[in-house]
Design a protein around this ligand. Structure first.
Ligand code: BV8
Length: 233
C-alpha cells in the first residue's frame, strides 16, 4: 500500500442535505412538474427562460439562508491541516464548502452565487434574482444567466480534476448518487491510477460496487469521524 499523500474528494448534494438544501433525488428530479434534466439544460433555458430563472433564483435565495454543517466544517479542517495534496471537487453549486473555510476547492458544475453574461462572457458575483433581466455590469447587455453547468454543457476544471485523479492515493466520494457523468466516472479513473477508493453516503449509490469501502450514514457524522481518522493516522 503506497503512503497516503494525495487525496481527491468528490462531494454531491448529500453533503448539503443536513444544511437544509434539497438534494436532486429528494425532489425526485422534479421541480414545478418539470424534470430537472429538462429545466437544467440550455434548451430548457431557451424554451422558457423565466421558468429556469425561477428555479435558480429560488435556490440562490435558499442557499443564502442555509449554513455549513459539520461535514463541510470537517473537510475545511482537513484542507487546513492536510500536508499533502488535496482537491475537493464539488458537484454542488452552493457556497457552503467555502463558507466553512475550504480553500482547495473546485466547483465543477458552477456556482449559484455567480452570474455569467452570455454576451460578453464575464462572470459576476450575484446574490439577487436574475429573472428580471438585470444588465451585465461589464457590457450592459441583459444577457445574464446562472453560472451553472447544465446537462449537455462541459463541466469546469476537467483537466485539473483528471490530473489530480492521476496523482491520487485516495479518492473519497461523499453524498452523491453517482448518476451524473463525468463526475460518476471519477472513481473508475482513480482506480485506474491505483488509488484507494472510499464512499461515504446515506445509501448505496450507482457506483458503490467500484469502491474499496462504502460507509453508510449521514455525512454530518461520517465525515468528521473519517477526517479525525485520516489526520490521526
Ligand atoms: C457533459 C448543476 C459533455 C446545475 C448539474 C447517458 C449516459 C451517460 C451520460 C449521459 C447520458 N446522457 C447524457 C449524459 C451526460 C449527462 C449525464 O450524465 N446525464 C445523466 C442524467 C445520465 N452529463 C452532462 O450533460 C454533463 N456534461 O456530459 O458534457 C460534453 C462533452 C464535450 C463538450 C460539451 C459537453 C454535465 C452534467 C452537469 C449537470 N448539472 N448541476 C444545478 O445544480 O442545477 S448535475 C446535478 O445533478 C448535480 O450537480 C449533481 O451532479 C447531480 C445530482 O447528483 P448528486 O449531487 O449525487 O445528488 P443526488 O440528489 O442525485 O444524490 C444525493 C445523494 O446523497 C444520494 O445518494 C443520497 O443517498 C445521499 N444523501 C442524502 N442525504 C445525505 C446523503 N449522504 C450523506 N448524508 C446525507 N445527509
Amino acid at each position: 500500500m503506497r503512503p497516503l499523500r494525495n487525496i481527491v474528494i468528490l462531494t454531491g448534494a448529500g453533503i448539503s442535505a443536513e444544511s437544509g438544501i434539497d438534494t436532486f433525488r429528494a425532489a425526485d428530479g422534479l421541480w414545478e412538474q418539470h424534470r430537472i434534466e429538462d429545466v437544467a439544460t440550455p434548451e430548457g433555458f431557451r424554451r422558457d427562460p423565466a421558468l429556469v430563472h425561477r428555479f435558480y433564483d429560488a435556490r440562490r435565495a435558499a442557499v443564502q439562508r442555509a449554513k455549513p454543517n459539520p461535514a463541510h466544517r470537517a473537510l475545511a479542517r482537513l484542507d487546513a491541516e492536510w500536508p499533502g495534496a488535496l482537491l475537493i471537487v464539488t458537484q454542488n453549486v452552493d457556497d457552503l464548502h467555502e463558507r466553512a473555510g475550504a480553500r482547495r476547492l473546485l466547483h465543477m458544475h458552477g456556482e449559484l452565487l455567480s452570474a455569467l453574461c452570455a454576451a460578453c462572457g464575464e462572470r459576476h458575483r450575484w446574490t439577487g434574482a436574475l429573472g428580471a433581466g438585470p444588465a451585465c455590469p461589464g457590457c450592459g447587455c441583459a444577457a445574464l444567466r446562472p453560472d451553472v453547468v447544465w446537462f449537455g454543457e462541459m463541466p469546469y476544471g476537467m483537466e485539473r480534476i483528471y490530473t489530480a485523479l492521476q496523482q491520487a492515493d485516495l479518492f473519497v466520494s461523499i453524498g452523491t448518487s453517482g448518476a451524473v457523468y463525468p463526475a460518476a466516472g471519477f472513481v473508475a479513473e482513480a482506480r485506474r491510477w491505483g488509488a484507494r477508493t472510499l464512499e461515504l453516503n446515506l445509501e448505496e449509490s450507482e457506483g458503490s460496487a467500484l469502491f474499496d469501502e462504502t460507509r453508510l450514514g449521514r455525512a454530518g457524522e461520517l465525515v468528521p469521524a473519517w477526517v479525525e481518522e485520516v489526520l490521526k493516522a
